[in-house]
Design a protein around this ligand. Structure first.
Ligand SMILES: Nc1nc2c(ncn2[C@@H]2O[C@H](COP(=O)(O)OP(=O)(O)OP(=O)(O)O)[C@@H](O)[C@H]2O)c(=O)[nH]1
Ligand SMILES: [Mg+2]
Length: 464
């Protein structure tokens, strides 16, 4: 266990609320809290039973003035979140009680914790591996049920288990190789076919994990969805229909939306970050032109583009021009205004744009009257991003750091196969295997540089 100074932070959000929780961690946590907290059962903080809440008076150290009454819990020894003694004070919420207690703790020599410092200590003290620490922050920031569920599974150690299984295979393989090298008279050489099989087995496991990345990323970050098209086709009406709000201004004047409008919407457990954009056209108006540039930029970074067409107007040259910007993106074409349309021939539209008919949806989104097509659109989006059923046991890697470590490991495996095929002796694989093991170890943090650890904890908030 590493020795650190003692830190404290308010672990609950700032503002008016029932309670606020102050977390104190480190060797002098009990002594510092003991200066201001007086358990009603007459005991001292140091003598409280571990992991048991005790009602306590909180008094100013200078003059004994009552500051609050709070529930105090000591979590002693390594049996705490950080792996060091933690004291938590459940005081009253609002702006003053927690702040005044924090001031008292500072006077007692406790330092304000930095963002993520509690979890970082948990990692350093072996309470959490790096993948699980990442899941803590993902769980806090989860904005969809699927994101929450995947983060909770990773937090429980399921992803690390999966990685460690592959790693164990590689470790065993390395041990076999070194046994042959060390005891050539007693241990038989490993046949080349067997070497290839072993490497393939590891590579296949890595591929399987990599294949889950796109799902995991969507679960964690949501789908960046841009609504694009000509002016007046019904883009803002679509944002409003999907969010069931009047968030975006809708008028019959082309060029109504100037700046981008953003809203989150949850579709069957997936979070969509919806961006409504300015209708793209040649414009003399400088404000509108900026909006149009923004629209184009947004399309570039989108995971999904909802391309809206006015079915009452047919497909124009401008539509085709705008559609070019969406090339290479996941596309769903929205053939809108079907209530007043003369032509809603899906196969014609599919031909004109070169998209699959399945990716074209007929909608009707009038200001007054029946809204149609939204459920179908939601179904297509769900299918597109969560294809195949996700069983409750599936757990997915969800960030670039984890993905890059797997890609590194996979590359090494590919090189190893090539080496064996070229007739390289088995003991030469040992060094590669060590690198592969290290690459897998980056995911759980067994082998990882400090700067990567810094990056992981940068995303945390104070108090976690
Ligand atoms: N009849 C009918 N009118 C619609 C439909 N969808 C949208 N509209 C109307 O079309 C007009 C333009 O709709 P918006 O949603 O503002 O269009 P937009 O694409 O956001 O337009 P810009 O912001 O100017 O680019 C409004 O008067 C809407 O009420 C529809 O399905 N049927
Ligand atoms: Mg609009």
């Amino acid at each position: 266990m590493k020795e650190f100074d003692t830190i404290c932070a308010i672990a609950t959000p700032v503002g008016v609320g029932g309670i606020a929780i102050i977390r104190v961690s480190g060797s002098v946590a009990e002594a510092a809290v003991g200066k201001i907290a007086f358990p009603r059962n007459g005991k001292k903080i140091e003598d409280l039973e571990s992991h048991k809440l005790t009602l306590s008076d909180i008094k100013a150290s200078k003059n004994g003035e009552m500051l609050d009454e709070a529930l105090v819990v000591v979590m002693r020894g390594s049996n705490s979140y950080t792996g060091e003694t933690v004291v938590e004070i459940n005081c009253h919420g609002g702006y003053l009680a927690a702040e005044s207690i924090m001031e008292e703790l500072f006077s007692a020599g406790v330092r304000q914790a930095e963002a993520g410092e509690f979890t970082r200590r948990a990692f350093v003290n072996g309470k959490l591996d790096l993948a699980r620490a990442e899941a803590v922050i993902d769980l806090i920031h989860a904005n969809s049920e699927k994101g929450q569920s995947n983060a909770a599974k990773i937090l429980s150690g399921r992803l690390s288990e999966k990685v460690n299984k592959i790693r164990d295979k590689a470790v065993l393989f390395a041990a076999n190789i070194s046994a042959v090298a060390d005891y050539p008279d007693e241990v038989d050489e490993i046949p080349r076919d067997e070497l290839i099989d072993k490497i393939d087995g590891i590579a296949k496991d890595i591929d399987e994990m990599l294949a889950g990345f796109s799902k995991g990323k969507i679960m964690r970050d949501g789908v960046l969805t841009v609504i694009a098209g000509r002016p007046n086709v019904g883009k803002s009406s679509l944002l409003n229909a999907l969010t069931r709000t009047d968030r975006a201004i809708v008028t019959d004047i082309p060029g109504t939306t100037r700046d981008t409008v953003e809203e989150y919407v949850n579709i069957n457990g997936i979070a969509l970050r919806l961006i409504d954009t300015a209708g793209i056209r040649e414009s003399e108006n400088s404000v509108e032109r900026i909006g149009i540039e923004r629209a184009k930029e947004n399309i570039k970074s989108a995971d999904l583009c909802l391309f809206v067409l006015d079915s009452s107007a047919g497909i124009s040259a401008e539509d085709l021009e705008i559609f070019e910007y969406t090339k290479g993106k996941n596309i769903i074409v929205i053939l809108n205004k079907t209530d007043i349309a003369t032509c809603t021939d899906v196969s014609k539209v599919a031909d004109a744009l070169g998209v699959n008919e399945e990716n074209i949806i007929l909608t009707s989104l009038p200001k007054e009257g029946n809204v149609l097509g939204i459920t179908e659109l939601e179904e297509i989006i769900t299918r597109m991003f969560m294809a195949g059923t996700v069983s409750k046991d599936d757990v997915f890697i969800s960030n670039d750091r984890q993905k890059n470590a797997l890609i590194k490991a996979k590359k090494i495996a590919t090189e190893m196969t090539k080496s064996v095929e070229c007739g390289m002796p088995a003991d030469m694989l040992y060094v590669d295997l060590e690198e592969l093991i290290a690459a897998l170890g980056e995911i759980t943090g067994q082998t990882v540089q400090d700067e990567i650890i810094d990056k992981v904890f940068e995303r945390f908030c104070v108090g976690k």
